[in-house]
Design a protein around this ligand. Structure first.
Ligand SMILES: [Mn+2]
Length: 319
C-alpha cells in the first residue's frame, strides 16, 4: 500500500498540497510536472489500498486513469476547480469539485481544513490570478497592505515557476519546490528566510522585462494577441504576463503565443477580467486545448493554425 500526492505544478496545486500535508504529514510519492502537464493520474499505477490525493488537475482529462485507480481498489481524495466532465460515482472517491470562476483548489482545501493554513490558501488564489477572491479570503487574517502585497508576490512567483514546456525551462522542479516550502507553516517565514524567493523574484523581473519589449501582433478594444519567440523565458513568462495584461486591461481578452519546437506554439488565453468566461470554450476548439472559463490554453498550436486561432479568438470575445 502506497500514498501518492498528485498535484498541478503551479502555485494553486502546490499550495493546496502544502495545506493538506501541513495538517496531515504523509510520506507520499509526489507526482507533478509543469503547469500544463495535467495528465498526471495516468503516471500512477494504483493498486488495492493505495491512498491518492489529487489536486488542481481536470477530472475530465484524468477520467480514465481515475476510474481504473478506483476500480483497482485505491482510495481517492480529489479537490479541483476545472471542468470535471462526468464525475464517477464510486464508493472510493471523495471529490470536492467547484468550477466557480472565483474559486481555486487552494481555497477549496482551505475550506476543508477550516482556515488552518489560510495564508497559503490566499497565496494560491493570488497565484491563480483571483485577486478579489484572495483579498476576501484573507480578511480573517486582518493583513496589512505590506503582508497582502507579499502574499500576492509569492503567489505570482510560485505560479510563474510552473510555466514552461518542460521541467528544464523552470527555475525549480515543482516537487522540489513543494519540499522546499513544506517546512514553512507560515509563508512569511519562507519569504523572509529562504533564498528560493529571491531567485524567483529576479528571474521573474528579467523575463517580464523581455516580455514588455514585445508589442502586440494584433489588438483591438476587445482582444489582444502577442507572439513570443522560441526561448525558455518566453515559455516561462507567457502565463504570468497574460495575467498582468488581464488586470491592466480588464475589458480585453488576451492570447499569448510562445513558439515551441517544430514550428508550433504554446498558447495562454485570459478572458477579460470583467467577463470571466469563454477562454475554455475557445481553447477546446483546438486539439490540444483545455482549461477554465477565465484562463485556458492550447499546448500545441501548429503555425498553420495561427490565423484560424486569431479569428476564433476575435469571434469568442467580440462585444
Ligand atoms: Mn488552479
Amino acid at each position: 500500500m502506497a500514498d501518492y500526492d498528485v498535484f498541478n505544478g503551479d502555485a494553486d496545486g502546490i499550495c493546496a498540497l502544502l495545506q493538506l500535508r501541513l495538517a496531515e504529514p504523509r510520506q507520499s510519492a509526489l507526482v507533478t510536472g509543469v503547469k500544463r502537464d495535467i495528465n498526471l493520474l495516468a503516471k500512477v499505477d494504483a493498486t488495492d489500498g493505495d491512498r491518492l490525493t489529487v489536486l488542481d488537475i481536470s477530472m475530465d482529462k484524468n477520467n480514465q486513469a481515475l476510474v481504473s485507480a478506483l476500480d483497482n481498489g485505491a482510495q481517492v481524495q480529489y479537490f479541483d476547480h476545472h471542468f470535471p466532465g462526468e464525475i464517477p460515482q464510486h464508493k472510493n472517491l471523495d471529490a470536492t469539485i467547484d468550477t466557480d470562476a472565483e474559486v481555486c483548489t487552494g481555497l477549496l482545501v482551505n475550506k476543508h481544513l477550516n482556515n488552518q493554513f489560510l495564508p497559503w490558501a490566499v497565496t494560491a488564489a493570488f497565484g491563480d490570478n483571483l485577486h478579489t477572491a484572495a483579498r476576501q479570503a484573507a480578511q480573517p487574517l486582518q493583513p496589512n497592505d505590506k503582508q497582502l502585497a507579499q502574499l500576492e508576490e509569492l503567489g505570482t512567483l510560485l505560479n510563474y515557476n510552473g510555466y514552461g514546456a518542460t521541467i528544464d525551462d523552470l527555475f525549480f522542479a515543482p516537487d522540489k519546490l513543494f519540499e522546499t516550502l513544506l517546512p514553512y507553516p507560515d509563508p512569511f517565514d519562507f519569504i523572509n528566510s529562504d533564498g528560493t524567493f529571491a531567485t524567483l523574484k529576479e528571474g521573474y523581473a528579467s523575463d517580464m522585462a523581455n516580455a514588455k519589449a514585445i508589442g502586440p501582433h494584433f489588438d483591438s478594444a476587445d482582444c489582444a494577441m502577442f507572439v513570443f519567440p522560441h526561448a525558455s523565458w518566453s515559455r516561462r513568462v507567457g502565463g504570468v504576463y497574460g495575467n498582468e495584461l488581464a488586470r491592466d486591461y480588464p475589458d480585453r481578452a488576451h492570447a499569448l503565443l510562445s513558439e515551441i519546437e517544430n514550428n508550433a506554439y504554446q498558447v495562454s488565453v485570459r478572458a477579460p477580467i470583467n467577463r470571466r468566461e469563454g477562454a475554455d470554450e475557445l481553447c477546446r476548439q483546438f486539439a490540444t486545448g483545455g482549461g477554465r472559463k477565465a484562463a485556458a490554453g492550447i499546448n500545441n498550436l501548429p503555425h498553420s493554425e495561427i490565423d484560424n486561432f486569431l479569428s476564433a479568438f476575435q469571434q469568442q470575445f467580440a462585444s
